[in-house]
Design a protein around this ligand. Structure first.
Ligand code: CA
Length: 582
């Protein structure tokens, strides 16, 4: 048995409280190796009377490992446990102290893994509404110009290709004016990139955190936007840029003028004086002199920024924050941030911008979710570039599932593209069939889908600044079939709880297409996606005798009388979504 590959660790993604009565236990082993894994658990203060043995369920594999899982309801909130791992006739106890052929009963107590007590305050509780949300991301400068009176000077013609410093005049009034469009699309949550006073078009260089950018509107405009959104059942989250400020942020300007004499000197990470900007002798975002890094370890800075976070929640009633460059800000700051935000709005949604494995931020004391770029990347590689096959895609997706707790996976912010990536359709070389397959995956996968403005009508664009083109409002230039499909899929997701909250399970043995089942107690939905240039015959053997296509109710398949085997074809670069109870 490959003992080196077997892994478990309490109070991590391998063992965590899902709710106040439930602990999830996972264990890893070498792929294709174990024939049985058992969990023996109980209350260490009453071991003999509470001891329970259960088989663990195989859940999935990635490229190297198998994973098993079990959901436990501990007695008296306390949980002590060990595993028995078996490969044919080979059998080991796996305990915190290692692997043993046998363990004396009297020694067991010392060997246990422990989840000592489920303390409710430590459980990562995520906002329920997020599980039903379909987000739409807007880059306000490029969505719609609703108020020409606030336009910057020398704006570029709407529709022309953007350069790094282009301004087009888009604003908050523009979003208000287009709320009917968004409502008709069916989305029920908005994420806006920064709207606070800043000098650039993207506003990631904040000059004044307490003021709406005058090119976008003012306090009344944002209040009008949020209240109109709320009336339509649309939640709205804003972008908090707390890793760094803008060059023209008053405290930084004060430091530039007064050097070490400035009361704000310790608000930044200044290496030495006099201060230079090219290259900067202070820490900044990347090496950008226009974005000096804030010293969030300084209690004054923390107090200032937490007040900013609280102000917009209270004053404008926003529903959460997306946190820019969240991984470069200290954990202590984010722990305080969460306390402040959740004390004002218990169900505010906190999303970190982190592009990599993020478990240390996602254990319940900091963020609810991240922008799920690891899954975005898997979609690029599989659907757009076809650099990986369906097996590799599934294994990579599985590895991202295992990285995090179940409650985090349920509210992961899943995106195909954003203001920081080239557009998905452009990565597909303009092949809309590929974009559609990725979108079908995104809208039927675990987590929260977010549509980047314009993706639904086929807007193209390479890397920044090209991915920030103006929204197209001339309907003649829309890809209307794509828009219609987006609307249908959003409608499906909103009308089928299994697509939002159901379990997720891959269907195996269907060759090189991907298929999975989303399931609740009430319903079961089967999704089949063929990202090949050839049609594929599929033998579905999921125990179901009759299925109907959710997007075409006339398409019904039944198994023959003796089996539950259903034969069907998924056309090249096409998909099918079936419901098994209808
Ligand atoms: Ca304007």
């Amino acid at each position: 048995m490959n003992l080196h590959a077997i892994y478990h660790r309490p109070k991590s993604n391998y063992c965590y409280a899902y709710d106040k009565n439930t602990v999830h236990i996972r264990i890893r082993s070498a792929k294709g190796e174990l024939t049985k894994v058992s969990l023996i658990y109980g209350d260490k203060y009453n071991w003999e009377n509470t001891k329970t043995e259960l088989d663990m369920n195989y859940i999935c594999c990635d490229n190297l490992f198998d994973y098993y899982m079990l959901s436990i309801n501990p007695h008296n909130n306390r949980l002590s446990y060990y595993f028995i791992v078996e490969k044919d006739f080979e059998r080991y106890y796996y305990t915190e102290w290692g692997f043993f052929k046998s363990v004396e009963q009297k020694d067991l107590y010392l060997h246990f893994f422990n989840y000592p007590y489920i303390n409710e305050v430590d459980i990562h509780s995520v906002p329920e509404w997020v599980k039903d949300a379909i987000f739409y991301q807007i880059f306000p400068e490029r969505f719609f110009n609703g108020d020409k009176s606030n336009d910057p000077e020398n704006i570029t013609k709407w529709g022309s290709l953007p350069e790094s410093h282009s301004f087009y005049g888009g604003d908050l009034k523009g979003i208000i004016n287009k709320l009917d469009y968004l409502e008709e699309l069916g989305i029920n949550a908005l994420y806006l990139t920064p709207i606070f006073h800043a000098s650039t078009n993207h506003k990631y260089d904040t000059t004044d955190y307490m003021k709406i950018d005058p090119h976008f509107g003012d306090l009344d405009t944002v209040k009008e936007l949020v209240s109109k959104c709320h009336k339509k059942g649309i939640r709205i989250i804003l972008d908090a840029v707390f890793n760094h400020c803008g060059y023209y942020f008053e405290p930084f300007q004060d430091v530039l003028q007064k050097g070490e004499e400035s009361i704000y000197y310790n608000w930044f990470h200044i290496k030495n004086t006099p201060i230079k900007t090219n290259p900067p002798n202070y820490h900044s975002f990347g090496f950008t002199p226009q974005m000096p890094k804030l010293n969030t370890e300084n209690p004054e800075v923390m107090k200032y920024l937490l007040n900013v976070a609280a102000y917009w929640l209270k004053e404008v009633d926003i529903d959460g924050w997306r946190l820019d460059v969240a991984n470069e800000v200290d954990h202590s700051f984010w722990r305080e941030f969460r306390k402040v935000v959740k004390s004002i709005k218990k169900d505010a949604y906190i999303i970190g911008e982190i592009w990599h494995d993020s478990l240390p931020w996602l254990m319940g004391d900091q963020f609810d979710s991240i922008m799920n770029y690891p899954v975005t990347r898997a979609c690029f590689e599989y659907f757009a570039y076809e650099k990986i096959d369906s097996k590799e895609f599934k294994e990579f997706i599985n590895s991202t599932i295992i990285r995090n707790t179940t409650q985090v996976n349920e509210v992961m912010f899943n995106l195909l593209d954003s203001h920081d990536t080239s557009r998905f359709i452009t990565r597909c070389g303009g092949d809309f069939r590929k974009l559609i397959l990725a979108m079908i995956f995104q809208l039927t996968y675990i987590g929260v889908p977010c549509i980047y403005y314009g993706t639904e009508i086929g807007i193209k664009g390479g890397d920044d600044p090209d991915c920030r083109r103006t929204m197209e409002w001339d309907e003649k230039k829309w890809n209307k079939d794509l828009l219609k499909l987006y609307r249908s899929m959003i409608y499906l997701r909103k009308n089928h709880e299994s697509l939002r909250r159901g379990s997720f399970k891959w269907i195996n043995g269907i060759s090189d297409i991907i298929g999975y089942i989303r399931k609740t107690e009430e319903e079961e939905i089967i999704i089949l996606i063929n990202n090949n240039d050839e049609d594929r015959k599929v033998n579905l053997n999921t125990g179901v005798k009759k299925i109907a296509n959710l997007l075409d109710k006339n398409e019904i398949y039944s198994s023959d009388n003796n089996s539950s085997n259903i034969e069907l074809t998924v056309n090249q670069r096409d998909f099918k979504i079936f419901i098994t109870k209808y």
